[in-house]
Design a protein around this ligand. Sequence first.
Ligand code: PRP
Ligand code: URA
Length: 206
Amino acid sequence: MHVEIRHPLLQHKLSLLRDKGTKQKEFRELSSEITMLLTYEAFKDMPLSKKSLETPLTETEGYEIKDDIIIVPILRAGVGMLEGILNLLPNARVGFVGIYRDPDTKQPVEYYEKLPVNPVNPLVVIIDPMLATGGSIIATIALLRKKGFDRIKIISIISAPEGIEAVEKAYADIEIFTGHIDSYLDDHKYIVPGLGDAGDRLFGTK
Ligand code: PRP
Ligand code: URA
């Protein structure tokens, strides 16, 4: 299942993010803001538990998040979304998976992994701004499933149709929330129109 979140505020910010004139600082700020908007939609159906509390006037019933939420940014570019999602889910735990695309083969190469221990009925949210071929996200899901994490959502800023199809073919039960499904992948497997290399634009490496 995938959802393309078509909110005017999101589309406005996404256009600024795509613009090649947008510099590192603004790019990072926009990535955070867009992630908050995506998170808001992706957690629309989150179950809550009831909780009694006292206002200054009276006793009343409130709610709290009951899931053990684990956010997993895919290094590096996923880190650019971390602050945004933690703004809305400050008590979530964070695990890291390091994967890069081999520049020649475009296949995912895993190089790091650090996940929270002793999760209780966890809900994992993988964050990565770009879902291109889907290889990096499929490798991350495979790694998480091997460790026993079953409930997984994906939040990406921009996706290619080819990547969404690949992820859904490999894992039919995964929910993907994305800010936009773009047109296609070019010969170098970059998303078109896309925004270029997310990691380089976030961290100024090129
Ligand atoms: C980018 C991006 C995704 C991956 C998407 O990472 O952040 O992780 O490519 O491509 P895929 O869907 O075809 O696998 P990259 O390999 O550039 O690494 P980086 O984040 O370290 O720059
Ligand atoms: N990784 C990126 O950063 N951008 C793309 O368009 C594809 C993969």
